[in-house]
Design a protein around this ligand. Structure first.
Ligand SMILES: [Zn+2]
Length: 188
């Protein structure tokens, strides 16, 4: 496995629409390797999600998740809702909004380092996708997990979290975020 280079805001790959995979492609060594490398890269940079365009691959794949809180360092503890995000690798995800309720919370992005901002997202969704074995899955998600899935799926359409903000008033550098708003330090 290897740690991949992350594209930063301004790289055109982050603004392109990624292509869907044919189900028969998912189990190929190339895609399996990519998924393994994406998990390793996400872990290395302490992200909670990572989409293929962020590692310069224009494919509709993302990985997400992090282990239970007890494994985290002190400064990573605070979290939106205190929820854990289950480990997942989703291919060709399609999101259905499951309730009209929208909530605003902090987001960061490994492609926009050291910046945080408040982003409105649907609180409840259902995501349909293929898992890494090529099996069709349907996953209901809410709260922080739903937020992460929406953020990562946006990456597949060339959308960054800035685009979803209602205003830029909450934009904050990480240091100031830690000092004034929270000790939370994850990016996805
Ligand atoms: Zn991101």
């Amino acid at each position: 496995m290897s740690i991949l280079k992350i594209a930063r805001m301004g790289h055109p790959v982050l603004r392109a629409k990624a292509r869907s995979l044919h189900p028969s492609e998912i189990r190929t060594p190339k895609i399996q390797q990519l998924i393994d490398d994406m998990f390793e890269t996400m872990k290395e940079y302490q992200g909670v999600g990572l989409a293929a365009p962020q590692v310069h691959e224009g494919l509709r794949i993302f990985v997400a998740g992090f282990p239970p809180r007890k494994d985290l360092d002190e400064d990573e503890e605070d979290d939106d809702d205190g929820e854990d995000v289950p480990l997942m690798a989703l291919v060709n995800p399609e999101i259905e909004i499951a309730s009209r309720e929208v909530f605003e919370d902090w987001e960061g992005c490994l492609s926009i380092p050291d910046i945080r901002g408040r982003v409105p997202r649907a609180r409840q969704i259902v995501v349909r996708a293929f898992d890494r074995t090529g099996r069709k899955i349907e996953l209901p998600a809410s709260g922080f997990t739903a937020r992460v899935i929406q953020h990562e799926t946006d990456h597949l359409d060339g959308v960054l979290f800035f685009d979803r903000m209602k205003s830029f008033q909450s934009l904050t550098f990480l240091d100031e975020y830690g000092r004034y708003w929270s000790g939370h330090s994850r990016q996805d």
